[in-house]
Design a protein around this ligand. Structure first.
Ligand code: FEO
Length: 171
């Protein structure tokens, strides 16, 4: 059985994952309307992945006698300046999610809820991967600079990340 405090904290994480999914969906649409097909596919896949993170939390809460709640979400931005700025936002957002997961782990540990603590380890590992992936992408973007040919190749590369399944691991 979940304590009320843990149930509320997990529900808060559901909202964060749902908002992440919306943010990446908005990024996907922005990229699609700017001819960035590969980046757009990557963002659509990323959005699906966040939805999966959300669903996993919902199942866990309900299986342990709580009630997973679907709440109102903050609307994401519609426009992202440049694709570089967009990936910088993605990276910052993933760091924000990691901080939130860490806080959850801390709460579970301090309440001696080892089942929740154990469940959250999957998210800890996932965040390490997500941050690392975003960092690799940003490093590539910095290498390209203003080179249009570089952007073309980068767009294809990022799409490969999606096709290779590195945005759909751990399901
Ligand atoms: Fe669900 Fe990208 O963190």
């Amino acid at each position: 059985m979940l304590s009320k405090n843990i149930e509320n904290s997990l529900n808060n994480q559901i909202r964060i994952e749902a908002e992440s999914s919306q943010i990446y969906l908005s990024m996907a649409s922005w990229a699609e309307t700017h001819g960035l097909e590969g980046i757009s596919k990557f963002m659509y896949a990323q959005s699906d992945e966040e939805r999966m993170h959300m669903l996993k939390l919902m199942k866990f809460i309900n299986e342990r006698g709580g009630h997973a709640q679907v709440s109102e979400l903050k609307a994401p931005k519609i426009s992202y300046g440049t694709f570089k700025e967009m990936f910088e936002e993605l990276y910052k957002h993933e760091i924000f999610v990691s901080v939130s997961i860490n806080e959850l782990v801390h709460i579970a540990f301090s309440e001696k809820d080892y089942a929740t603590h154990n469940f959250l380890q999957w998210y800890v590992a996932e965040q390490i991967e997500e941050e690392a992936q975003a960092k690799i992408i940003l490093d590539k973007i910095n290498l390209i600079g203003d080179d249009k040919g570089g952007l073309y190749l980068f767009d294809r590369d990022v799409q490969q990340l999606t096709l290779n399944g590195s945005t759909s691991k751990g399901h």
